[in-house]
Design a protein around this ligand. Structure first.
Ligand SMILES: Nc1ncnc2c1ncn2[C@@H]1O[C@H](COP(=O)(O)OP(=O)(O)OP(=O)(O)O)[C@@H](O)[C@H]1O
Length: 383
């Protein structure tokens, strides 16, 4: 089929007030243009996109948040003779592709904006007649096997038959920035993806636990970010790699062994809070899911988060592993997270699962956590 443009649709953005909608539309247009060489016209909740490379356009729109669906289409003048000519050709192409035969029940759906001599129903009936004339297929409005859409907008008309689902959500960057804690595991990249889908730009922090973990962990982190960057058009993910070995050593030396993981996580949130200030971010994302591992019991969640200065958003908190893995597979991070990273040797044999706040406070003081956090931040942002 010789398509000449792609019609993109947004969902939730359309529910906003006109002023907010205008801002979101501009953001969406600039995000599309950051990824795709194209011309874009916006009109009445539709994006009319003319990409330089059509196939590339179809592929890339699949990863731009805010787009709910899109359709490759042909455009023509709003004129009955033109509709006759182009629709006849269109049906001929569908026939060649095996999508319609003389037996295939079909429907025409017409949407119309503007002033015309015919109603939408009359346009649809006319177009139905063209299809019957060309191929003799039966009309079936309640249960069609193929639907051909006719979109009549003032003096331009568009014909298409496919509605490809987009990723949905809100345009990236429309909701400000968050700092995402990304390990090399399955969960945290999914958490970051879900918040990106809600329009949040991301700065990713990774804690390199060397000598308690090997270089593979950080390599996997970098590969995960490369994969997530497929979805970051307009707002590429910023990366920060934190040297965390010294902090962990201090925790092991000065606090009860059992509490290492609690102190590790509590330090991460404090450091993430400092990074959030530097990055002008408004919150922190992590990949916790209640009860999944030792550090994610409710008492440990309380003990590790109580001193963080920013809200910690955990979009996976109520999901179970199978649900999280399903998303990881869909977004392409799963096979990277599955690579063996050698794990973390700082994890004690019996990590605390029911952290007592009093003992955690004592340990935080014993290891002089604030001083250790400051060292890490000075190292990350030398001035
Ligand atoms: N090395 C790290 N660097 C950055 N963030 C980390 C690191 N380790 C853990 N986190 C953050 O803490 C969250 C909980 O980590 P934890 O190790 O308890 O669970 P997990 O189930 O192994 O998580 P994940 O699958 O994301 O690695 C992670 O989802 C991530 O957001």
């Amino acid at each position: 089929m010789e398509y000449d443009l792609i019609i993109g649709r947004y969902g939730e953005v359309g529910l906003k007030s006109p002023r907010v909608r205008g801002r979101f539309e501009r953001k969406l247009v600039s995000n599309i243009k950051a990824k795709l060489k194209c011309e874009i016209r916006v009109s009445q909740a539709r994006f009319y996109i003319s990409p330089e490379n059509f196939e590339e356009g179809l592929e890339k729109l699949d990863k731009i948040f805010g787009i709910v669906s899109y359709s490759p289409a042909i455009s023509l003048k709003t004129d009955l003779e033109e509709i006759d000519k182009y629709l006849t050709e269109y049906v001929g192409e569908l026939e060649k592709e095996g999508l319609i035969t003389s037996e295939t029940p079909f429907a025409i759906r017409c949407r119309r904006v503007g002033t015309h001599e015919m109603s939408s129903q009359e346009f649809a009936a006319y177009a139905g007649g063209v299809v019957i004339e060309k191929i003799g297929a039966p009309v079936n409005l309640s249960n069609p096997e193929i639907t051909i859409y006719l979109e009549v907008r003032e003096d331009e008309t568009y014909i298409y038959h496919k509605k490809i689902p987009g990723p949905g959500g809100l345009p990236l960057g429309s909701q400000g920035r968050l700092v995402a804690l990304i390990s090399s595991g399955i969960d945290s990249p999914v958490a970051a993806y879900l918040m990106m889908k809600r329009g949040c730009a991301v700065t990713a922090i990774h804690f390199n636990n060397d000598p308690f973990s090997g270089p593979q962990v950080t390599e996997n982190f970098n590969r995960l970010i490369d994969q997530l960057n497929e979805y970051s058009s307009g707002y590429p993910i910023r990366r920060k790699i934190v040297k965390y070995g010294e902090y962990l050593q201090k925790a092991k030396d000065e606090a009860p062994e059992k509490l290492t993981c609690v102190l590790c996580k509590s330090g991460m949130y404090k450091i993430a809070s400092e990074v959030a200030k530097k990055e002008k971010a408004l919150g922190i994302i992590d990949g916790s899911s209640v009860g999944q591992v030792a550090s994610q019991t409710l008492p440990n969640i309380l003990a590790t988060r109580e001193n963080a200065e920013f809200p910690i958003l955990s979009p996976l908190i109520g999901l179970d592993k199978v649900e999280i893995e399903k998303i990881a597979k869909k977004i392409g991070t799963f096979p990277i997270s599955e690579l063996n990273d050698g794990g973390c040797s700082a994890v004690p044999k019996y990590p605390e699962t029911n952290a007592d706040l009093g003992r955690v406070h004592e340990s935080i003081e014993a290891m002089d956590q604030d001083a250790e956090v400051k060292k890490v931040i000075d190292n990350l942002y030398p001035n």
